[in-house]
Design a protein around this ligand. Sequence first.
Ligand code: FAD
Length: 430
Amino acid sequence: MKEAQYPDYKSTCGWNKLLPIRSNNPELTQNITADVVIIGAGYTGVAAAKRWHDIKPDDQIIMIDASTTGEGSSGRNSGFLIEIALANDISSSATEKLMQCNQLISDTLIKIKEDVSRSSIDCQMHRTGVYRVAASTIGIKSLNKYIKFLESTNLDFEILNNRELEENLGTKYYQKGLYTPHCFLVQPAALIRALLEKLPSPITYFENTPALKCLKSKSEWIVKTPNGDIKAKKVIVANNAFCGKLGFGNSYLATIYTYAGLTEQLSKNNLELLGNNNNWGILPTHRLGSTLRRTIDGRLMIRSLYHYEKEGNKDLIKKRLIDQLRKRYPQLPDLNFETVWGGATGLTMNGGWLWGEYEKNLYISAGCNGGGVVKGTLFGEHLANLANNESTLDIKKLFGSANWMPPEPFRKIGFNLISMIESHRGKSEI
Ligand SMILES: Cc1cc2nc3c(=O)[nH]c(=O)nc-3n(C[C@H](O)[C@H](O)[C@H](O)COP(=O)(O)OP(=O)(O)OC[C@H]3O[C@@H](n4cnc5c(N)ncnc54)[C@H](O)[C@@H]3O)c2cc1C
C-alpha cells in the first residue's frame, strides 16, 4: 500500500496570517493506543471528537492533523456560513426535505455560535446575509431559477437592480442580484482556532502528524504516522479532500483546488468608494463564478478559479485574481493583495457526501463540494453518533449520497472539458 498524500502547508498565509502566532500542539512521536483516532482536525473532525466525548466521556480520543490549526481548508475558506440550501441543492419538488435540512443546518449554526461565544477568540462572526449576483445572461438565468426556488419556500429575499447593488457593494459590475438574510460571515481561521481552543482533556490533538496509512488488524485499526503508530478500535476519517489519498472513497471523490486573495486594509478614502455597507459577502450564481467579500476590517476578498488534483501556478493565479477584482472595482486601480492562497475541497459527481461506515469500524465524512463548514460540523457529530450506535440522522437520505465517478483518465478529461466549456459560457461571472 502506498503512503497517503496530504496537505503540506508550512507557511502561514490567508486568514491565518492576520491572527497572532499561536504555539502548535505537539507532533506524535511514539506508538500509542486509543479508543478512537480521528484523522483531520477541521470542522468535521473537531465536531466528531467533541460529540464522541459527550457520548463516551472516559474514552481516549486521539485527533491528528497533517498540518496546523487554521492552515487546512478549515482556515482557508471564504467564511460563508449559510443557513439555507445552496443553489445547486435546489429542486422545488424536494421542498419539504429541504426545510428539514435547513432547520438542521440552522441549529448547527446556533451551536457553532455558542462555542464561539465561549472562546476567547474574536471570530468576527456576524449575520450579514448574503448577496447572489449575476453579471451576464447566463448568470441571470441561474439567478431567476434560484428566485423561483426561494418563492416556493417562503424564505425572505429581496431582488436588487444594478443601481441598488452599486449602492450596497460599490460596483456597477452586476446587472441583477438578490439578497437573503440567511448567512453569517466569519474569519474562518479564527473560527477553527476558537472551536479547537477548549478541547476536553480526553481529546488529545497532535498537529503536523499526517496519517500515512490505515491498516486493519484483527480487532483494531493501526494508523501509521511518520513517527508513531496509533492503535485504535475505531477510526474516523475526516480529512475531506484527501480521503481518497488514504485509499478510501477514490471512486466517489476528487480533490479540487480553488484560490483566494485578500487585499491590504483599504484607506478611508478608498473605502468611501465602496458603497455604504461595510461587511458583505457575494456568492456567484454560475458554478464557476467568483465569491467576493468586504471584511469588517476594510479589505476585499475574492475566491475563484479551479484546478484538478494539483495546485496551479501561484503567480498566474495571483494575476488573474487581481484582474478579476480590479474589473469589478475600476475606481480602485491600485488594489493589491496582502495574501493569496489555494485550498483543497472534495468534489463529488452529484454534490452528495461520502458519509457512513466505509469498512468495519472505519467511518468517513468527506466531499464538501466547497460548502462544508456547517454541514461538516453537523455530519461530524452524526458520524460520532453512528460509530457509537447512538440514534443518528439519515444523512444520505436527507443530504444525498456521492455517486460513483469514472476512473482516470476519464475523470480528469471530464473535469477539464466541463471546466473549459463552463468557464467560457460563464466568463463574465468569473
Ligand atoms: C478557498 C476555499 C473557499 C471555501 N469557502 C467556503 C465557504 O465560504 N463556506 C463553506 O462552508 N465552505 C467553504 N469551503 C469549503 C470548506 O473549507 C470545507 O468544506 C471545510 O473546511 C470542510 O471541513 P472538513 O473538516 O470536512 O475538512 P477540512 O477543513 O479540509 O479539514 C480536513 C483536515 O484534514 C487534514 N488532513 C488531510 N489529510 C490528512 C492526513 N493524511 N492525515 C491527517 N490529517 C490530514 C487537513 O490538514 C485538514 O486540516 C471553501 C474551501 C476553499 C478551499
